[in-house]
Write a protein that binds this ligand. Structure first.
Ligand code: AMP
Length: 410
């Protein structure tokens, strides 16, 4: 089924066709008719499912023509997501006269204020800067008819819920609200009861299996050798672009410094960087100026970065779904990609949780000719060793517990 049967206007169908979308994704198929019918929507869906168009297309359709506003408000947890969503909406709206403005912190007020004063239909914003505009009187929300809370669980993680509530207090009670969240923890449940009216719920199954095109392996190593192993992997692997994930901002800075000293062209992306630095990092990585991007999950979540040849988890992700999300950055659109996870003994329980989540054991491999120090991980599978996923590793032959990955020399 194409987009035609969903009830969207011709300008939007034309824009969608220009984007190259031939059929709606599951979340679009389910969400568009609900929003068009004027119902509140609660969607359990992750990023990468096409959810931006799922809320943007019906809202654009309902807004119709440019009018005093803003009449739609979309809240996002990070500046990058706000910018990305604004760009997407701008593209979907290209055959209409509707206007979109993005509002986030870390940059000056001038341009945002000018755009808001000139009149806009849709505001895409991060909570902090939006509140600043409300306080300065450069924005009012009394005409808002459509409100989207995107990535609500991330907004909770980042401590934005009190801000979100203050913002919602400034919007009319008579409005349509859509909330997207990968998980619904109790605080989000409370927010839903408070902010929404009898929402219709849809659930788009989280992807629980890695893409077939991604080869993923684990490199067990002792904690003191993590950095050496990372450098060796980068030396030996023939990559075009590599995304390195770290758990903390501090860790990301440290690893970026290490890679720079080893003459890699590297950029770093985390929430303590200035907005300018973040934009330069992403643009440079997309353009190929940087061969490596070192990032934290929060900064990288939901960003549409195509064409990554390798993902390296310098730290094992703490939430199993983040594993799928991180390694989904490679092997996109049928390009094959590799995902390496560096694991120390302390990470065992997180790795086992990931393996249970994806219902497969991830092959353990050793890098040939790397001067390994002993770690108890090398005992895995032997009697008395920690027990993880009971199944066998798929996709790799494991001899005596290990498979050697010689890597490819550049
Ligand atoms: P999102 O989850 O909204 O961040 O979207 C993820 C990616 O899917 C973006 O690159 C979109 O351009 C793309 N996308 C969204 N809807 C469709 C569709 N119906 N067909 C093909 N690609 C799509």
């Amino acid at each position: 089924m194409g987009f035609d049967g969903l009830g969207l206007g011709p300008e939007l169908l034309r824009a969608v066709a220009e984007e190259g979308y031939t059929e709606p994704t599951p979340v679009q198929r389910e969400a568009i008719p609900i929003v068009l019918a004027g119902r509140d929507l609660l969607a359990r869906a992750q990023t990468g499912t096409g959810k931006t168009a799922a809320f943007a297309l019906p809202i654009l359709s309902k807004l119709g023509q440019h009018a005093p506003g803003p009449r739609a408000l979309i809240l996002e947890p990070t500046r990058e997501l706000a910018a990305q969503v604004e760009t997407a909406i701008h593209d979907y709206a290209r055959f209409t006269n509707l206007k979109t403005t993005v509002v986030y912190g870390g940059v000056g007020y001038g341009r945002q204020t000018d755009e808001l004063r000139a009149g806009t239909d849709i505001v895409v914003a991060t909570p902090g800067r939006l509140l600043d505009h409300l306080e300065r009187g450069t924005l009012r929300l009394d005409k808002v008819q459509f409100l989207v809370l995107d990535e609500a669980d991330r907004m909770l993680d980042m401590g934005f819920l009190p801000d979100v509530r203050r913002i919602l207090d400034r919007c009319p009670r008579q409005r349509h609200t859509a909330l997207f969240s990968a998980t619904i923890p109790p605080q989000i449940e409370t927010l839903i009861k408070w902010a929404m009216q009898n929402p219709q719920t849809i659930e788009i199954g989280a992807r629980r299996t890695p893409a077939e095109t991604v080869k993923h392996v684990i490199y067990p190593v002792s904690d003191s050798q993590k950095s050496d192993l990372l450098l060796q992997l980068l030396e030996r692997v023939n990559y075009n672009s590599v995304l390195v994930f770290c758990r903390t901002k501090h860790g990301a800075d440290r690893i970026a410094g290490l890679l720079k000293r080893a003459n890699h062209a590297v950029a770093v992306l985390h929430s303590n960087r200035t907005q300018r630095e973040r934009e330069q990092a992403l643009r440079g990585f997309r353009d190929g100026k940087f061969e490596a991007l070192v990032a934290t999950d929060i900064a990288a979540r939901g960003l549409d970065i195509a064409e990554v040849s390798h993902v390296i988890n310098y730290d094992v992700p703490q939430h199993p779904e983040d594993y799928i999300h991180r390694i989904g950055r490679t092997g996109r659109a049928e390009h094959s990609g590799d995902a390496f996870t560096i694991m120390t003994a302390e990470d065992s329980s997180h790795v086992f949780a990931i393996e249970r989540f994806i219902s497969q054991k991830i092959p353990r491999v050793k890098l040939e000719n790397f001067d390994y120090k002993y770690t108890m991980l090398f005992e895995e599978g032997k009697p008395g060793a920690p027990k993880g996923f009971p199944g066998k590793a798929r996709g790799a032959r494991v001899h005596g517990g290990y498979h050697f990955a010689p890597g490819r020399r550049r």
